[in-house]
Write a protein that binds this ligand. Structure first.
Ligand SMILES: NC(=O)C1=CN([C@@H]2O[C@H](COP(=O)(O)OP(=O)(O)OC[C@H]3O[C@@H](n4cnc5c(N)ncnc54)[C@H](OP(=O)(O)O)[C@@H]3O)[C@@H](O)[C@H]2O)C=CC1
Ligand SMILES: CC(=O)N[C@@H](CCC(=O)OP(=O)(O)O)C(=O)O
Length: 309
């Protein structure tokens, strides 16, 4: 029997991309609410109870409300919002970091945020291996396509077509900081400088490491090898060869949906400074692709089914 999936928030940016990735899959039956019903509490409650798995593509408050509406149902969750990423009782849905078995057996999975997906892939394995200090005040410089801000930001960027770059998060309290700190095991939240570029999708997450000043014992070769070993065999995460480092990293305005995650390492000539950089699609491994990967794992299916890699 097909697994019944309810996407709460199916008309939003992430929800639409999840529907697209599920299209034509016989192993899933989609429960859909029409435009008149999709915000009705009663209709959502009924669908949440009828589903085997509910995928929440909602603002945080509505995601919390959905969990409350489903109480007593036994429905499993994948939450794309940031409501439950450091919450008790929720499994952080980053299988490469926390293990596939943990996701497979979870009832409540919280999808990582798009920026934390890049940051954690670069930093968590190295801190865990003792190659980078947990006590260092890390910085993260990142740019995202404007779809990262959902319907509201898409509307704004498509109306204000003269925006060349948008720096934000200037009050330093971005909602992704707790999950970056928690899941990398850091003593301090990173200093995070996000920006938005006038392209629809795509993201670069750049972590500068002044290795010499940090007192890190590892050099670029050791860090790169540790990342390559950690993600070896992953069909989703690719560590770019050190000897073939590109001289620039681009995002393209015409980019099509992509569910992979690329990791790069760069060093200054004397090795004193390193930049670890992740490139991903904020709507792919940063949101909808990750949700499908988690859904596959939770349902005992090949993890890359329906993904574009
Ligand atoms: N965009 C991205 O790159 C990423 C997004 N996320 C997260 O995923 C979630 C969804 O984001 P995104 O798709 O971008 O946002 P959107 O704003 O594009 O979509 C949100 C959808 O939720 C609907 N909605 C709002 N309140 C309710 C409610 N009470 N009941 C039912 N539906 C409701 C909205 O309705 P309406 O259409 O009427 O506005 C909209 O369709 C957010 O938590 C976001 O942070 C996570 C990773 C990346
Ligand atoms: C460009 C932009 O606005 N991006 C969003 C993050 C998108 C995302 O990852 O949403 P989650 O927090 O649910 O993970 C932001 O900075 O708030």
């Amino acid at each position: 029997m097909a697994t019944r999936i309810f996407i709460d928030g199916a008309a939003g940016t992430t929800g639409i991309e999840i529907r697209e990735r599920l299209a034509g899959r016989a192993d899933f039956e989609l429960l859909l609410l029409d435009d008149a019903q999709r915000k009705s509490e009663a209709a959502r409650k009924e669908a949440l109870h009828a589903a085997d798995v509910a995928i929440l593509c909602l603002p945080d408050d509505a995601a919390k409300e959905a969990v409350a509406l489903a109480e007593g149902s036994g429905t499993r969750f994948i939450d794309a919002s940031s409501a439950h990423r450091v919450a008790d009782g929720w499994t952080y849905g980053f299988p490469e970091l926390i293990g596939h078995a943990a996701v497979a057996g979870a009832e409540r999975v919280s999808n990582p945020g798009c920026y934390p997906t890049g940051f954690l892939a670069l930093v968590a394995p190295l801190v865990r291996a003792g190659l980078l200090p947990a006590s260092w005040p890390y910085t993260v410089n990142a740019v995202s396509g404007y779809s990262g801000g959902g319907k509201a930001l898409i509307e704004r960027f498509e109306a204000e077509t003269d925006i060349a770059f948008r720096a934000y998060g200037l009050a330093m309290g971005h909602k992704h900081l707790p999950e970056m700190q928690r899941h990398a095991g850091l003593a301090h939240a990173p200093v995070f400088s996000p920006g938005v570029v006038p392209g629809f999708r795509g993201m670069l997450v750049d972590v500068p490491l002044p290795l010499a000043a940090m007192g890190a014992q590892a050099d670029i070769a050791v860090l790169h090898l540790a990342l390559a070993d950690f993600f070896a065999g992953s069909p989703v995460v690719k560590v770019h060869p050190l000897e073939d480092a590109p001289s620039e990293l681009l995002l393209h305005t015409g980019a099509t949906p992509w569910d992979g995650l690329e990791l790069f390492a760069f060093a200054s000539a004397d090795g004193a400074q390193v930049r670890l950089v992740a490139r991903l699609d904020n709507l792919g491994k940063g949101a909808s692709g990750a949700a499908i990967q988690n859904l596959n794992i939770m349902c005992g299916l090949p993890e890359t089914e329906g993904l574009t890699l």
